[in-house]
Design a protein. Structure first.
Length: 84
């Protein structure tokens, strides 16, 4: 993985995109020595989004199963909120 300062990335954007698209490289952009962004292929981005979706589904399933154990009846919530 290559690290480039913002100024260098700005000057060589076309070359960077070619390296990412055709060479499969990942380029991290830095500002004042700190990582601030990355340029990755659309294929890598798609894979990352699929992973995030799987994590979200797993977390939702976990929360739903926990909720079933500690469920509060709808009518109790309505009473508590003064809606009954």
């Amino acid at each position: 993985m290559t690290h480039l300062a913002v100024a260098d990335a700005r000057r060589g954007l076309s070359d960077i995109l070619n390296r990412v698209v055709y060479g499969g490289e990942r380029v991290v952009i830095t500002r004042h020595g700190k990582d601030v962004a990355a340029i990755v292929s659309s294929k890598d981005l798609e894979a990352l989004e699929k992973i995030e979706d799987m994590i979200d589904v797993t977390e939702a399933e976990k929360r739903l199963s926990e909720g079933r154990k500690h469920a509060i009846p709808y009518e109790a919530i309505r009473r508590e909120m003064g809606l009954s």
